[in-house]
Design a protein around this ligand. Structure first.
Ligand code: ATP
Ligand code: MG
Length: 360
């Protein structure tokens, strides 16, 4: 049977493999720094768990395989400048931006974008790394190494952050999950809630945005689209050509998880619409040591990534999904008692959302 190779062997690769196992798919995540040669068969398939990668023996070997799905899409989306240009070319609303060129000055960027400007590295940033704020009249100097390597964005005073995760197959069929409500703190995702009834009115517009991108790119598989909501307006923050942290709740709350969708699309299997089973909350585990007591909480579905624990590092997540808000609330409260101080606000945030949805 043909193998499906995944460029990258982090948690996303592991969860892709896990989701594909019940379908009998042979999936092998590959460490980009591995020096162990692999043998790729002509009918094997290649996908990726990350949008960019260094050139190593193994990434070169994978990238040279003719069945690397979406290969031309990665450079376009991994560079924030070309990603923004793509959004502009499709008239999809996004935070106003300018390239940071060799000759750009902070004054010029403030004149174009306002008094708060966020510099973002064109590539390689994640979890808020690779960002630099320019605040007028305070520190308004572009750091040296950022010229030609960054874009500048207007600070968006958003009401909240949302995301849409969707899938497209090679024949152009697409499915989307309900919008997800996200809490990011200091640039890192802490928690998500989905579906959220009060966001239903924005679903069609978000699907049109992501749908036009997937079609334009002739994309196959799962893509994540991060959004800012400002009043009734949606604006794209960024795109990820892969399974996305804000779609992890689908492991608990949908008949087909985002990981399974991606593998089905890559393998050319039928997709089918997802059944959404219940409201789901996902809590990211960030910089915490594993605590087996988490497993004592009813409904807690723990995913531990087996990575070295470091401050600010995503090391796992916990999904909770139930049709009864009271059950979700009780388990979230129990979890709060087993997590450190910096989890209290994300959990309180998800409880507020569940409460207001329940009309309390
Ligand atoms: P990820 O880990 O999702 O890849 P990232 O570090 O690559 O994240 P962004 O998603 O662009 O970068 O930014 C991280 C967070 O910073 C956003 O979720 C949002 O909270 C905040 N942010 C980003 N852009 C802006 C903006 N233009 N105005 C205000 N806040 C912003
Ligand atoms: Mg982001």
């Amino acid at each position: 049977m043909a193998k499906i190779w995944v460029l990258g062997n982090g948690q996303l690769g592991a969860m892709l493999k896990h989701a594909a196992a019940p379908l009998g798919l042979d999936v092998e995540p590959v460490d980009i720094d591995s020096t162990t040669p692999i043998t790729l068969a002509a009918d094997d398939l290649v996908t990726a768990e990350r949008e960019q990668w260094p050139t190593t023996d193994i990434t070169t070997q994978l990238a040279n395989h003719p069945n690397f799905v979406n290969l031309p899409v990665f450079p376009t989306l991994a560079d924030r400048k070309t990603q923004k240009e793509l959004l502009d070319s499709l008239a999809i609303a996004t935070a106003p931006w300018r390239p940071v060129e060799a000759s750009s000055s902070a004054d010029e960027l403030h004149a174009q974008l306002g008094e708060k400007v966020l510099l973002k590295r064109r590539s390689g940033g994640y979890d808020g790394r690779g960002q630099h704020w320019l605040h007028q009249p305070l520190g308004t100097v572009i750091p040296d190494q950022w010229h030609d390597h960054a874009i500048a964005e207007q600070a968006i005073n958003f009401d909240e952050e949302l995301s849409l995760v969707g899938v497209r197959d090679a024949g152009g069929q697409m499915f989307f999950y309900p919008l997800t409500l996200n809490l990011n703190t200091n640039g890192i995702l802490r928690a998500t809630v989905s579906p959220v009834a009060r966001l239903q009115g924005l679903q069609a517009e978000a699907e049109a945005m992501l749908g036009s991108l997937l079609s334009e790119l002739n994309y196959v598989g799962v893509m994540g689209m991060e959004l800012f909501r400002q009043g009734g307006q949606l604006m794209v923050n960024e795109l990820a050509p892969r399974v996305h942290n804000t779609g992890h709740w689908t492991q608990a709350g949908a008949s087909i998880s985002q990981f399974e969708y991606h593998m089905r699309a890559v393998a050319g299997l039928p997709l089918a619409a997802p059944w959404i089973k219940a409201t789901s909350v996902m809590i990211n585990l960030i910089g915490s040591e594993f605590n087996e007591q988490w497993l004592s909480v009813a409904g807690a579905e723990v995913y531990w990534y087996q990575k070295a624990v470091r401050p600010g590092r995503k090391v796992g997540h916990i999904n909770l999904s139930h049709t009864e808000p009271a059950k979700l609330t009780a388990s979230l409260q129990a979890l709060a008692g087993l997590l450190e101080d910096d989890y209290q606000e994300p959990i309180a945030w998800s409880l507020r959302e569940l409460n207001s949805a329940a009309g309390n």
